[in-house]
Write a protein that binds this ligand. Structure first.
Ligand SMILES: [Zn+2]
Length: 337
C-alpha cells in the first residue's frame, strides 16, 4: 500500500516519498493542477501514510488502528472539507469552525491529524485569511493539504506558507497503462472505448480517462451522434433538437458529447484533406466521416469546427447555454446554404 499503485507524477511521488521516509512531515501542502489530474488520489495516499503509526519508509502498515479506520473510511482524525453541493464557496465559518476546531484537538489514535481541503480555490479571501491563522502556529500533529485547480486564486500569504506540489499532464504511456487497468475493472455493461478515443479524450488527464471508462452510456451517445451528423449538416431541425438532447447542457456532463462532436468533425476534415489512410481519432468511423467530408467539403468542416470550439469555450461563462448550443448547431446546418 503506497504510491507505487498510482501511475505517473514521478516528481510529486518522489518528493512525498522523501518526506514520509524522513519523517519530517510539514504542516501545510498545496497540491496544484488541473481538475482530474490525480491530486486527490495522491493526497489521500499521502494522508493515510502520514497517519499510520507503524509506517515503514513511505508505506503505511495497513494494520494499525489508524490504517484500519482509514480502510473502513471513518477515521475521525481525517477531516475532508469541500464546498457543499450546489455552493461555489467554502465559507469563512467552515474554516473557523471545522478546521480550527479539528486542529485544536490532538489525533485520537493516528500519528497525524490530517485536514484535506478539496477545491481550495473556492475559499474566498476571508476564508483564506482565517486559514492563515492556523498556518501561523500549527500544532505539531496537524497536516493541512489544500487541493487546488487554480493556484492563482490562493493568496500569496497562503501559498508562501505551504509546500507546493505541482501536478503535470500524464504522458501517453501513463494514460495507456491506466487504460489497461480500467479495462480490467470496467463496469458491467460498459462497452470498450477504443484506445485511440480514450487517449485523445483523456488528453493527459487521468480523471477524464476514468470518466469515459466508467460512463456506460458513452459509446451509445457516440453512435447516436455519428448517425445524426449528416442531418446536422443538412440543417434538419429534428436532428438539431436530438443533438441538443444528447448534449444535455443542463446536467453539465456535456464534455464527452462535445468532444465527440469536435473529434468527428476534425477527423472528417483531416480525411477529406489528406485522404482515407490518414491517422484519425475515430478510426472505427473512418468510412462514415470520409463520406461526410465528401458531401460537405473541407471548408465547411473547418468552419463547423470553429463554431463548435467557440461555443464550447463560451458555455461556461454564458448565462443561457441552451441558446449558445442552438446557435452553434444552426450555424453548422446553414453552412451549405
Ligand atoms: Zn498503519
Amino acid at each position: 500500500m503506497a504510491f507505487e499503485s498510482l501511475i505517473g507524477q514521478e516528481e510529486v511521488k518522489d518528493k512525498l516519498k522523501r518526506v514520509l521516509e524522513s519523517g519530517k512531515i510539514g504542516h501545510a501542502y498545496i497540491f496544484s493542477g488541473e481538475r482530474g489530474i490525480g491530486k486527490k488520489s495522491f493526497a489521500r495516499e499521502f494522508a493515510l501514510a502520514a497517519m499510520c503509526t507503524d509506517r515503514q519508509g513511505s508505506c503505511r502498515c495497513g494494520k494499525c488502528k489508524a490504517c484500519t479506520y482509514n480502510d473502513s473510511g471513518n477515521n475521525p482524525d481525517l477531516l475532508v472539507v469541500a464546498a457543499p453541493d450546489g455552493k461555489s464557496l467554502i465559507s469563512v465559518d467552515r474554516i473557523r469552525d471545522d478546521i480550527r476546531d479539528a486542529v485544536s484537538k490532538a489525533p485520537n489514535f493516528s500519528a497525524k491529524r490530517v485536514i484535506l481541503v478539496e477545491n481550495a480555490e473556492k475559499m474566498n479571501e476571508p476564508a483564506q485569511n482565517a486559514l492563515l491563522k492556523t498556518f501561523e502556529e500549527p500544532p505539531e500533529y496537524a497536516v493541512i493539504i489544500l487541493l487546488c485547480d487554480n493556484l492563482l486564486s490562493l493568496l500569496e500569504t497562503v501559498r508562501s506558507r505551504a509546500v507546493l506540489l505541482e501536478f503535470r499532464r500524464n504522458t501517453e504511456e501513463e494514460i495507456l497503462e491506466k487504460y489497461r487497468q480500467n479495462l480490467e475493472k470496467k463496469p458491467s455493461g460498459a462497452q470498450c472505448v477504443s484506445r485511440e478515443l480514450a487517449c485523445a479524450y483523456a488528453d493527459g488527464i487521468m480523471g477524464r480517462l476514468d470518466e469515459i471508462s466508467n460512463d456506460t452510456g458513452a459509446m451509445e451517445k457516440r453512435k447516436k451522434l455519428l448517425d445524426l451528423l449528416p442531418g446536422l449538416f443538412e440543417g434538419d431541425v429534428e436532428v438539431k433538437n436530438r443533438i441538443i438532447e444528447l448534449i444535455d447542457v443542463k446536467n453539465k456532463q456535456y464534455e464527452f458529447v462535445f468532444f465527440t462532436l469536435m473529434s468527428f468533425i476534425r477527423d472528417a476534415a483531416v480525411l477529406t484533406r489528406f485522404g482515407m489512410r490518414t491517422k484519425v481519432i475515430n478510426a472505427d468511423c473512418r468510412e462514415n466521416l470520409f463520406a461526410l467530408g465528401g458531401n460537405v467539403g473541407y471548408y465547411r468542416l473547418k468552419d463547423a469546427l470553429t463554431a463548435v470550439d467557440t461555443c464550447y469555450k463560451n458555455l461556461g461563462r454564458n448565462a443561457m447555454p441552451e441558446t449558445t448550443v442552438d446557435n452553434m448547431l444552426i450555424k453548422i446546418g446553414k453552412g451549405g446554404r
